[in-house]
Design a protein around this ligand. Structure first.
Ligand code: APR
Length: 307
């Protein structure tokens, strides 16, 4: 294994195989040609490396190219995961400090777990509600909220923390529900529709359905449960776009993980923004490696300059 070349005297910590053929290039000439041939991985804060047919490119040029595509795009869709809320202090699920490293999803995030021990499941959700209540939207949420004011921009999220909503996002598609909503566990006829309850802590634990007095549950999608088909339809419809951004998601939970492929198959220019590579990295047109809360404001700045 060797290391990538250096850029501006800053050593790159991205390791590469010796057989990679990195070469400097005039990115402006090659970006458009590369865009639909091979994924471009751009490692921010480091040098920029691309694998396979593999070209070394300049981060700022890749961002400028993306910004110009977004400036002329009629429809832009972004899909977010837990990584966008990481800078707000909300833990992600996977990775070194991920929640699923410390807790077993089968004990806490399935209907069977809830039926077996509702108090334990509610303890976990009460803890998460308390944690999220103390968090604020970060720069990534704020940029996406501003973009959502434009017609043609759509935001799909897997996050249940509602930080996109608190940032003022319009027309948000919430695939996995919200921890600030409850519904009847049975469900009874009136409690099937979720109701909002932002109290922290909740006055009764476990909380009860106000309609039938049975157990209430968090209105989130647990493992093994189906997503709301109307919500999936809206998300699927949003994959018809010119630029599709997948941001801060490990791209392993379906159907969300499949949307980027769907968008690309329909002709969208696809971009991943993540601090690490994921299964989606090799499928997208452009993979930007770095924190969403830094990359999104950079793109927004370039969009403003291009006006
Ligand atoms: N900027 C961008 N990406 C980041 C950042 C950041 N600041 N911090 C972390 N990430 C990336 C991680 O590298 C990881 O790929 O965010 C991703 C978070 O992945 P997960 O924890 O798996 O979260 P997510 O993809 O949203 O999980 C999907 O799994 O358990 C379920 O229902 C839960 O909705 C969730 C679903």
């Amino acid at each position: 294994m060797g290391r990538c070349a250096q850029r501006d005297g800053v050593a790159c910590s991205h390791r590469r195989s010796d057989d990679l053929q990195l070469r400097r290039c005039r990115v402006d000439e090659q970006l458009s040609q590369l865009a639909h041939e091979a994924p471009i991985a751009v490692f921010l804060e480091e040098c920029c490396c691309v694998e396979a047919s593999h070209t070394q490119i300049m981060t700022d040029t890749a961002l400028a190219d993306l910004a110009s595509r977004m400036a002329t795009a009629r429809r832009v869709t972004a899909m977010t995961g837990a990584g966008v809320s990481a800078a707000s202090g909300v833990p992600t699920f996977r990775g070194a400090d991920g929640l699923w490293r410390r807790y077993r999803p089968e004990d806490l995030a399935t209907p069977v777990a809830f039926a077996h021990d509702p108090s334990l499941v509610w303890e976990w959700y009460a803890w998460r509600r308390e944690q999220v209540a103390a968090c604020r939207p970060n720069a990534a949420h704020n940029v996406l909220a501003r973009w959502s004011q434009h017609d043609g921009f759509r935001l799909i999220t897997q996050n249940v923390d509602d930080l996109h909503g608190r940032a003022g996002t319009r027309g948000l598609v919430r695939l996995h529900g919200s921890i600030w909503e409850l519904k009847c566990f049975k469900p009874c006829a009136n409690g099937e529709r979720p109701w909002r309850d932002e109290r922290v802590p909740l006055p009764e634990q476990p909380p009860l359905c106000p309609h039938c007095g049975g157990l209430a549950r968090p209105a989130v999608v647990w493992f093994g449960e189906s997503l709301d088909s109307a919500v999936v339809d809206r998300a699927f419809e949003a994959t018809t776009c010119d630029v599709f951004l997948t941001i801060g998601t490990s791209a392993v939970v379906y159907p969300a993980a499949g949307f980027v492929d769907e968008a690309r198959a329909k002709g969208a220019f696809t971009v991943e923004i993540n601090t690490e590579t994921t299964p989606a990295s090799s499928c997208v047109d452009l993979s930007l490696i770095g924190p969403a809360e830094e990359i999104l404001p950079s793109i927004e700045q370039l969009l403003a300059e291009s006006k």
